[in-house]
Design a protein around this ligand. Structure first.
Ligand SMILES: *[C@@H]1O[C@H](CO)[C@@H](O)[C@H](O)[C@H]1NC(C)=O
Length: 291
């Protein structure tokens, strides 16, 4: 009976098998949507609704295309446990796509849930939604030029990440990386044109574009040479700074557990998860001290 119920409820969850979309409940909603500096997209749906069924593959496609710049989630409003959540967000029709943006982090403690939300009213097509979401990613990447690059690469108390590029706009994925390392590393990008190239090369070696360079606290340069992919780059940056978010962070591990459903019931919230992590690392440290 219980197994049957489980199967039925899974069949009704549109995105249980989609790698990039979290099916949320009142238990997980705040942890996923509010305890982050990333932008979140949440689709409120009902499995029986025709427009939702039509939109489903587009939503999966959009999440696949831009899960490296924003979080994608869904709430099944047909589930009794989710009814309150759907009322709270005044969901009147299905599907309703809400985009949540965190407040700009200024280095000070801000009150929680200061997020803004807006309804996505564009075409319900993957490419259009992706484009919209990319435009809603907070920017913590400083735009540099030939004059201020010297100050950016000088020794400082925080490591810096510099993107040298031929493009004039900041890539959304690079913005997302800056959010992953918020508070730990400073991010800048510099459009290297032929006119300023020799000026820039006085301070940093431009080999090829695009190029990511870490400037450590002591002013030493470390060039990234791996694939252009958020997690791979984050792993490299993790050698110099600490990720607060993204797949390589404790929060990333929490989200992965949430997605898999394996850890269901194990951690009630992200805070619980963090507590257990620090307890684990403490006991690991104690074990090490004993050697
Ligand atoms: C944003 O990032 C900062 C620095 O890592 C962190 O202190 C703050 O709690 C984050 N904000 C949210 C809403 O998670």
């Amino acid at each position: 009976m219980l197994v049957l119920f489980f199967l039925v409820s899974l069949a009704h969850a549109f995105y249980a098998n989609s790698k990039h979309i979290y099916e949320l409940t009142p238990k997980s909603f705040d942890d996923v949507v509010y305890k982050t500096n990333h932008t979140s997209v949440v689709e409120f749906y009902a499995p029986w609704c025709g427009y939702c069924q039509q939109f489903r593959s587009h939503y999966i496609k959009a999440a696949k295309a831009s899960s490296d710049v924003a979080q994608y989630a869904a709430v099944n409003c047909d589930l009794p446990e989710n009814k309150k959540l759907c009322n709270e967000y005044r969901i009147e029709g299905f599907p309703t796509v809400l985009v949540f943006r965190p407040p700009k982090w200024t280095g000070k403690v801000t009150k929680e849930n200061g997020h803004s939300s807006e309804i996505y009213r564009g075409e319900r097509v993957a490419s259009k939604l992706t484009e919209f979401v990319k435009g809603r990613v907070k920017n913590y990447v400083k735009r540099l030029n030939a004059r201020n690059v010297a100050g950016f690469v000088a020794p400082k108390d925080k490591p810096r990440v510099l993107l040298l590029t031929s493009k004039t706009s900041i890539s959304p994925m690079f913005k997302a990386l800056a959010i992953d390392f918020l508070g730990s590393m400073e991010f800048g990008y510099l459009t290297v044109t032929d006119e300023i190239r020799s000026e820039v090369e006085k301070y940093v070696d431009v080999k090829e574009l695009p190029q990511i360079v870490v400037i450590d606290r002591d002013g030493s340069f470390h060039r990234y040479e791996g694939p252009t992919e958020r997690t791979a780059i984050a792993e490299f940056l993790g050698n110099y700074g600490e990720a607060e978010d993204g797949e390589t962070s404790p929060r990333g591990a929490f989200l992965k557990g949430l997605k898999k459903g394996l850890k269901k019931g194990l951690y009630k919230s992200f805070r619980d998860f963090k507590k257990s992590r620090s307890a684990k690392s403490k006991s690991a440290k104690n074990a090490k001290d004993e050697l």
